[in-house]
Ligand binder design. Structure first.
Ligand SMILES: Cc1ncc(COP(=O)(O)O)c(C=O)c1O
Length: 372
């Protein structure tokens, strides 16, 4: 290593699909003195992280913990703990992450039914009602904020239907937690996971997850062991709970400090104020884009404030647009995925970066690039 590349990192404004920017207090948390993973003081911090996450998830679930891993660890843990070979799993799919859920469940031997909804539109509860009337499932899974399209799915409405069917309700809130309300108990969600690097405004590396008592009962009463040692909730709960903590793996201490601080920041500002800040930044962006003649992919009622899918105007090279934003203006936005590649850009207004002045900086750059 002849040169230290860390010395030359540019200060890029992260307005893509994640990670997003983090607060100075969260950077400071990362540099705090390390403690041991069983140190009583660290255990106090763990307890506070759990209670903070319960507030964010709006749940009373005892089992509410951060996993050591990114959002994908949450997805993997949600399925690997609950699925046994042959179980019927219904995935409500309208984007990349719904597809990934189907892949994860199928690898575990589930009998997967993937119900597809057009990308850029939400899951339709009427169709879910029909599916649940025709068949019974062990698990019904949905992505709350589909990051690949910017669609907000009607998780509460679908939850009312799933509740009556007896299935476990599994929800991905990687791009929603901390940006828009997530109501685990009110929406009858059994298993819900998220990621640290989006609206929570923490570096990537932690995955908050919560299990209802009913879901934990299913995990405890499996006919065979959870086929993944690292993510087995039976083992993880012995480290994250109880009077005597049992070593499972060495928790990423600094990451947990950062998560602690990031959750602390959200609760200190107040969740309602945080949601309003995301919404205000989103509205400012949408009206600014309209002035530039740019259109949103998603109908207003299903738009996520934190993830804006914007149609690339005719004749504009999407990759060149993003490259110029990054290289000349030091702003990162994301490309479209799958069938939307080349057709949209995705603008994230998440957590610490969901601010009017960031929106204005982006709009000014777009105006110059598009020559308006
Ligand atoms: C909705 C959704 N689920 C899951 C993931 C996977 O999370 P990670 O990339 O942190 O592993 C992402 C990441 O963007 C996501 O947006």
């Amino acid at each position: 290593m002849k040169k230290n590349y860390l010395d030359d990192i540019q200060n890029t404004l992260l307005l893509g699909a994640g990670p997003t920017g983090i607060a100075p207090s969260t950077y400071r948390a990362l540099s705090q003195t390390l403690l041991g993973h069983l140190d009583p003081y660290f255990i106090r911090i763990m307890e506070d992280i759990k209670s903070g996450l319960r507030e964010l998830f709006q749940t009373r679930n005892e089992v509410t913990v951060p996993l050591s891993g990114t959002g994908s660890a949450g997805m993997e843990a949600a399925f690997v703990n609950t699925v046994e070979p042959g179980d019927k799993v219904l995935i409500l799919e309208n984007g990349v992450f719904g597809n990934r859920m189907a892949d994860v469940a199928a690898r575990l031997g589930a009998e997967v039914t993937k119900e597809e909804f057009e990308w850029g539109t939400p899951v339709r509860p009427e169709r879910v009602r029909e599916l649940l009337a025709e068949n019974s499932y062990k698990i019904v899974a949905i992505v709350h904020a589909e990051t690949s399209t910017g669609v907000r799915n009607p998780v509460g409405e679908v939850g009312e239907l799933v509740k009556d069917s007896g299935a476990l309700y599994l929800v991905d809130t990687v791009t929603s937690l901390g940006g828009i309300p997530v109501k685990v108990d009110e929406w009858h969600i059994d298993i819900c996971y998220s990621g640290s690097q989006k609206c929570i405004s923490c570096p990537p590396g932690a995955s908050p997850i919560t299990f209802s008592d009913r879901a934990m009962e299913a995990v405890r009463n499996r006919s065979r062991k959870v086929p993944n040692w690292y993510l087995d909730m039976n083992l993880l709960t012995q480290y994250w709970g109880g009077a005597k903590r049992v070593y499972h793996h060495t928790a990423p201490i600094s990451m947990m400090y950062a998560l602690y601080q990031a959750v602390y920041n959200i609760l200190e500002e107040g969740t309602e104020a945080v949601f309003a800040r995301h919404q205000a930044a989103h509205e400012r962006l949408v009206s600014g884009l309209q002035e530039l003649g740019m259109e949103m992919l998603v109908a207003p009622e299903y738009r996520l404030p934190e993830l804006n899918a914007v149609v690339v105007p005719e004749g504009v090279d999407e990759a060149a647009l993003r490259a110029e934003l990054l290289n000349k203006y030091h702003i990162e936005v994301s490309s479209g995925l799958g069938p939307l590649a080349g057709k949209i850009i995705r603008i994230g207004l998440m957590g610490y970066n969901a601010m009017d002045y960031n929106v204005d900086r982006l709009l000014a750059a777009l105006k110059e690039i598009l020559g308006k």
